[in-house]
Design a protein around this ligand. Structure first.
Ligand SMILES: [Zn+2]
Length: 153
């Protein structure tokens, strides 16, 4: 009889430990997630082309390759060789940018701009400087909380 009550105490103790750990984990996660709560945003001028969670690139080793090609009045956006979308080419100029996201890095693999400055900037988990190309294409790190509407589309 005495042993039975001890076993019951043990169960209560274990349950309490689980509750305490769950609360701790929840609070920890809630306050810890904020620093990594960012997105990688590909833009053409003020227009958002695509939004990717930084976690996918810097933590989950996802790989994306964007080919963005301006031809006459259209810009064709290919994501991993599949046409993602077509947007208006405001300047009606011909250009081509290739953005690579792989091995925890984001960089401009190729660009038809004159100075090629955009190909010198690399975004990784530590450096969040934007990649800006003179032809209007840019890659920026943005606050995920402000991008909720864009992802929902
Ligand atoms: Zn450039």
């Amino acid at each position: 009889m005495k042993k039975y009550f001890k076993f019951g105490d043990l169960i209560i103790f274990v349950v309490m430990i689980i509750i305490v750990l769950s609360v701790f984990f929840f609070v920890f996660k809630k306050y810890n997630v904020k620093s990594e709560d960012t997105n990688i945003k590909i833009m053409y001028k003020n227009e958002t082309i695509d939004v990717i969670s930084t976690k996918k690139i810097f933590q989950n080793d996802k790989e994306y390759r964007y080919v963005i090609e301006g031809i006459d009045d259209k810009i064709y956006v290919y994501k991993n060789d599949i046409l993602l979308k077509t947007i208006n080419n405001q300047n009606k100029d011909d250009f081509k940018n290739i953005i690579n996201m792989e091995n925890n890095k984001v960089y401009m693999e190729d660009a038809t701009c004159k100075n090629k400055d955009c190909m010198k900037t690399i975004i990784d988990d530590k450096s969040h400087l934007p990649i800006i190309c003179t032809n209007g294409i840019s890659v920026i790190i943005s606050d995920a909380n402000n991008d909720i509407d864009i992802i929902a589309q």
